[in-house]
Ligand binder design. Structure first.
Ligand code: ZN
Length: 564
């Protein structure tokens, strides 16, 4: 069925609620496993129904925000989804208290029960008001960021419109753009400080109400991390600091040489080549045609799946009036269809959508037949492995998109991937400091940021720059405000994707088979058990990063970057 042919049906939430409550009651009163499994599968069907129309409403609303039908539908789901979550929680509570739950674990896997334990541990009616306050603060932050109106180059620009100036060949212009941005953040320093300070306080309060010492472990539990701890992540950051930071510095020194700068300042590092970045050729339909060729040649699985996406209109790629910004991949459970949304803008980012978001969609399609809906998607750090690795699997076809700039694209892509990891560790170490030292003042936090950033990104001399010496650079990093402790996930996934890159250079077939197996497992296992199952190294183990980086460093250093 084509996406446009899927009919949107307005669900009757009262009806779903009554059925849900009735089934939950039946589950409570049953005394045998077979009957319980049959009730669970009926509950799953209700969830599929709810999630399907929620997903359809969100997709169609994001494609055309002026369409009133879907604007209303979206508002309806925003309103009822916490109520649906409450039904799910009630069902979970009954499930984990069944006297024969051990028998059910054999059928449903222990992971579901571990996750339920976590979700119950992280919730209590006592915290509802605090959670609402936290959400309001996140909205306040987003509004503040969106309100930026910066006078520059004779225009009034928002933060993303200022972006291209920071990559300009003209150094004075880059500096001016950086100053304008820094000044705007400094002009609003009290507002950012206040929002974040309130966030730290409310999150700490929630943690204490739930019996935690501070927010750190609660943050991990909220992310469903069942098999690693803040201590593991601390040790992982140490590996990054000792092994990856020097390699990143080497690449950044080369970059400064390439763009002819003797004493590089932070605003210089957005410029990679004096000759400009690699740009993909062709319009959207030409890019899709090339992607089709790429996925035909990559494997039989990707060939049929990409055709499935195209034939069923499951990608909305082009920027259009009234379309929301950004990009995502989501899933429509009843029809077992992924959906890719993006805004092409003619840069190499367009190709990243066709590889990265395609990787997400390929995973969810590969795991669509897992009978337990909770196991279709894995936790977030595992999700990004599929997408980031697909970016590497696509390397041999980059000449289709970039022509003679193929190598330039690959060099820059890999350099950005490597230099990103220390930044990710910096964001994580900062948040750990913040929530462990929840009584620190906003100024102490900002000074700590400078200290931590110097450790992981010693090339960035922000303390020598007006405005930035106030320690405000992280105000622009939305995850620190809205998604605490999530950021390290990108680095964990990146280290796993690097392993796929190394594996494909050694044995293409083995790498591909391993990847397909990982995608098929979906979320049926925890992060570390997924890695174990397919034979990937655990990033938390000492020596992992060193092993992963050795061949990558050789590969990237074998490319003569002075020719770009
Ligand atoms: Zn992603």
């Amino acid at each position: 069925m084509k996406f446009s042919e899927i009919e949107y049906i307005q669900i009757d939430f009262e009806d779903i609620k009554n059925k849900y409550n009735q089934l939950t009651e039946e589950l409570k009163n049953t005394n045998n496993k077979e009957e319980a499994l049959s009730i669970i599968s009926k509950i799953n069907e209700l969830n599929v129904e709810f999630d399907t129309y929620y997903s359809l409403a969100s997709i169609r609303n994001s494609i055309d925000t002026s369409d009133e039908l879907y604007e209303k539908a979206q508002a309806f789901f925003d309103e009822v989804s916490p109520k649906h979550q409450e039904l799910v929680n009630n069902y979970y509570k009954v499930l984990i208290n069944l006297p024969f739950k051990e028998e059910l674990k054999n059928e449903l896997g222990t992971l579901l029960f571990d996750r339920i334990d976590l979700s119950l541990k992280t919730f209590s009616p006592e915290i509802i008001e605090d959670v609402i306050e936290d959400n309001k603060l996140s909205t306040e932050y987003s509004k503040l960021i969106a309100s930026a109106k910066i006078e520059f180059d004779g225009k009034i620009l928002n933060l993303s419109q200022l972006g291209p100036y920071s990559e300009d060949n003209n150094r004075e212009l880059r500096k001016a753009a950086s100053d304008a941005k820094g000044k705007w953040f400094c002009d609003h320093i009290n507002e950012f400080d206040e929002i974040y300070d309130k966030m730290v306080k409310v999150r700490t309060r929630i943690a204490k109400k739930l019996g935690y010492e501070n927010y750190v472990q609660l943050g991990y539990d909220n992310l469903g991390r069942t098999d690693y701890t803040p201590e593991d992540v601390k040790n992982y950051r140490k590996q990054i600091y000792e092994t990856l930071v020097p390699i990143a510095q080497e690449l950044l020194e080369k970059q400064a040489k390439r763009i002819n700068i003797d004493n590089p300042m932070p605003y210089d590092y957005n410029l990679d080549f004096l000759s400009g970045n690699a740009m993909p050729h062709g319009n959207t339909s030409e890019k899709v045609e090339k992607a089709k060729q790429m996925y035909d040649e990559l494997s039989k699985e990707t060939s049929s799946f990409f055709r499935f996406l195209v034939e069923n209109e499951l990608m909305d790629l082009e920027t259009k009036p009234n379309k929301q910004g950004g990009g995502y991949c989501t899933y429509i459970p009843k029809y077992k269809m992924p959906f890719i949304f993006s805004n092409f803008n003619g840069t190499s980012g367009d190709i990243d959508v066709l590889t990265h978001e395609f990787g997400h969609s390929f995973q969810v399609y590969s795991s669509k037949d897992i009978a337990i809906p909770e196991y279709i998607w894995p936790t977030l750090e595992a999700c990004e492995i599929h997408s980031m690795s697909m970016e590497f699997f696509a390397y041999p076809w980059m000449s289709l998109f970039f022509g003679s700039d193929e190598e330039k694209y690959k060099y820059c892509h890999l350099k950005n991937a490597i230099t990103f990891v220390p930044y990710g560790a910096c964001v994580d170490e900062f948040q750990t400091y913040v929530y462990e030292n929840y009584n620190a003042t906003p100024k102490e936090r900002r000074m700590k940021w400078i200290e931590i950033q110097k450790k992981y990104q010693p090339h960035l001399k922000y303390d020598e720059l007006d405005y930035y010496k106030e320690g405000i650079r992280w105000f622009a990093q939305g995850h620190i405000f809205g998604s605490p402790f999530y950021y390290i996930d990108y680095t964990l996934a990146q280290v796993c994707a690097f392993q796929f890159k190394n594996m494909m250079d050694e044995n293409k077939e083995k790498a591909w088979d391993t990847y397909v197996k990982l995608c098929e497992l979906g979320g049926s296992k925890s992060f570390l058990n997924l890695l174990k199952e397919v034979g990937l190294m655990n990033p938390f183990n000492d020596g992992c990063i060193e092993k992963v980086m050795k061949p990558l460093r050789e590969y990237i250093n074998s490319i003569d970057d002075t020719k770009f």
